[in-house]
Write a protein that binds this ligand. Sequence first.
Ligand code: ACO
Ligand code: ZN
Length: 318
Amino acid sequence: APESSPESQIKKIVFHDFEIDTWYKSPYPEEYTRSNVIYICEYCLKYMNSPISYDRHQLKNCNLSNNHPPGLEIYRDSKSRVLIWEVDGRKNISYCQNLCLLAKLFLNSKTLYYDVEPFIFYVLTEIDEIDPSKYHFVGYFSKEKLNNSDYNVSCILTLPIYQRKGYGNLLIDFSYLLSRSEFKYGTPEKPLSDLGLLSYRNYWRLTVAYKLKALYQRFMVENETPSTDPKQTAGTETAEAPNGGTLSVSIESICKLSGMTPSDVVVGLEQLDALIKNPTTNNYGIVLNMNKINAEIDKWEKKNYTKLDYSKLLWKPM
Ligand code: ACO
Ligand code: ZN
């Protein structure tokens, strides 16, 4: 009998007029898991099991009548229509619990659902193209408020209908922007899911590429050397300008520029074939392979994904 069988699970959610297939089980209360479909308000994330209550909710019962998440608006880019909200797990318990239940539908690992108070949730919304008073839920990440570790993301999600458009990358970039504002190096909580690992490896590689390029360009300008010769400059942590100046790149300098931990910087460097071991000293050196670096950056820029504008952060560390 399907009623209370452990197999009963939500197969689909109706969300912002989309039907989305779920990926994993989530511990919604039993009366909801019995139906194959649940209806979720994209503003307050309340879940319902009938289309009638859903319609009624959308028309008049949603207490988030402003059509956006609760909490503080801390980032607004009007041109790309992207907003990020900071939602305190202590002040908006039911919203954050609903958010975790929703996220679990797309996460295999165990996550928190009810103990949301120690966390802050950063929710990304997109302003509706036609009706600018509507803020569509795109994704989020959570972060522990007080932690002694260097974790800057606990859990991250882009809803499947918005995936592979660069929003995950934007959220990750935002998490590092917050870390830099706190003068910290951050890293996501482990273990990462397969998709989390793919997204982070992509982010680490690109970020290290951008930082190396910026360091190289600044070096070339400072040494008044026309940057016509971006050929491979192999060596141990240094590149030499024709006029004798020396560019010294350390892992530490990339950490400072990016907010990434040394081990994640190393992952980025490895993917750019930028780390070489000196066979005699066994030390690692950084190689600036500008062809590879430029190719990675160009490939990414061609996708035209929305980028974070660091100057638009409205946030002060607590
Ligand atoms: N397959 C291959 N590469 C991928 C994939 C994928 N499915 N998803 C992301 N990537 C890599 C690609 O290089 C991609 O660039 P491209 O699309 O131009 O090739 C790059 O990451 C950036 O992708 P985004 O579009 O920015 O990422 P997205 O918005 O799709 O979100 C996320 C990524 C958040 C991991 C999403 O897949 C998701 O929500 N998955 C389910 C939940 C989950 O697994 N979260 C991570 C758990 S780990 C943790 O929370 C710390
Ligand atoms: Zn609602």
